[in-house]
Design a protein around this ligand. Structure first.
Ligand code: DNO
Length: 395
């Protein structure tokens, strides 16, 4: 497997030498600055590739092997193949990427909000900080700050009481912080930052779109983009929903084994692949990750390896150290390594140690939420240890 590192560009505070020192060889990046829906040009992709792959004398070369992500515009999620112009622009971006030799493309199909948390710096018992999703705070936000129409129906009376009680314990600054985290879009998100009124409008635009409709739209989208990807020699990897359940009354259709199975049945193209994100999928206790890795192995082109720890209510969770969460990381890696051994050279799975806690010197720095260098470095080092051990005993 190839060791990747998500890089947000030259201004994000983590230089390429840090990536080299972490021991990663592959870069995962995107043209984050291009507005969602506008086609990427070959010149833009090539300029970013040159920034990554022009190696200073004496330094280890790095390869930009994964684009994460080409955002799928809202119109495609709402209208499927009727959003023809948007899908054509997406395919044009794919062509630009393929022309620059990048063969793995990540995307997701989460409506309105991408990955979602309620706290960025939850203090763990070691003094490091982690990102957290607190279901009670989330419900308090949904019911009382966003005051979403119809939200009551999504919570039991007990949950509504708890949300009200939680709200009462939250300071104004904390409430504003949740609103900011949720509406402003976390790093790498493929949805635009919003204001609360803008958020309500976006949600309203999804009225009438249930899971079956969203899935049908995803299948229509793939029906158009998978043949293009196949012709270009690019693998599409669908990132799971994070968290893997409906939020804000919106359907989510990449949350479980059954979701992915339905998608692969509907669009059997070899270009229709998966980004195996242990952190996202692992939030659901009914997702058996080693089993999913085994079942979908040939479809896995890219992996996000990190761990989450479910809290007592079964819905809240925080991001644990990479090997200390609910996922059996050794068992997952065994499956991925076994698949990798079956693959032709050049088809190796790229993984990145996903997210990381904020620790050591990063605690005193402004770091990209979820992506501090040291926490990711710790994760990568631990994962690499497992890989070495598995390599040493190839049975
Ligand atoms: C968060 C990430 C997401 C993810 C996109 C994939 O850290 O996992 O930003 O990259 O949703 O399209």
């Amino acid at each position: 497997m190839r060791q990747g590192w998500r890089w947000f560009g030259p201004d994000a505070g983590v230089p390429l030498d840090a990536v080299r020192q972490a021991g990663a060889t592959d870069i995962v990046s995107a043209l984050h600055e291009v507005p969602i829906g506008r086609a990427w040009t070959k010149a833009e992709v090539a300029a970013r590739r040159d920034l990554i792959e022009t190696t200073p004398p004496g330094r280890t070369p790095l390869t930009w092997s994964v684009v994460e992500s080409i955002p799928v515009p809202d119109a495609v999620k709402r209208k499927g193949k009727a959003a023809k112009a948007e899908i054509e622009a997406w395919i044009a971006s794919l062509e630009a990427v393929a022309a620059c030799g990048i063969r793995i493309v990540c995307y997701n199909f989460m409506p309105v909000v991408d990955w979602t948390r309620t706290e960025l710096d939850f203090v763990t018992p070691t003094g490091s900080t982690a990102m957290r999703f607190d279901q009670r705070r989330f419900a308090a936000f949904d019911l009382h700050v966003l005051a979403r129409e119809g939200a009551e129906a999504d919570y039991t009376p007990a949950e509504r009481d708890e949300a009200r009680a939680t709200l009462a314990t939250m300071s104004e600054a904390e409430t504003a912080e949740i609103a900011r985290i949720i509406t402003s879009a976390l790093p790498g998100s493929t949805t635009e930052p919003m204001t609360l009124p803008g958020f309500r409008e976006r949600l309203a635009a999804y009225r009438g779109i249930d899971a079956a409709r969203l899935r049908a739209n995803l299948i229509e989208f793939l029906g158009m983009v998978a043949p293009a990807a196949e012709a270009l020699g690019v693998w599409l990897t669908l990132h799971p929903d994070d968290p893997p359940r409906p939020l804000f009354g919106l359907p989510r259709v990449a949350s479980s084994e059954a979701d992915y199975a339905a998608l692969f049945d509907a669009v059997p193209s070899a270009a229709n692949g998966m980004c195996f994100c242990t952190g996202s999928l692992g939030v659901r206790a009914d997702n058996d990750l080693p089993e999913m890795a085994r079942r979908f192995a040939p479809r896995i082109r890219f992996a996000h390896l990190r761990a989450t720890k479910r809290e007592a209510d079964g819905l809240s969770f925080h991001e644990s150290a990479h090997l200390d969460g609910d996922v059996d990381m050794v068992a997952v890696l065994k499956e991925l390594v076994a698949e990798d051994r079956r693959r032709a050279k050049g088809e190796t799975i790229v993984f990145r140690s996903d997210h990381g806690q904020r620790m050591l010197d990063d605690l005193a720095k402004q770091t990209t939420p979820g992506y501090p260098a040291i926490g990711r470095l710790r994760g990568l080092a631990e994962l690499r240890g497992i890989l070495r051990a598995l390599d040493a005993r190839p049975d």
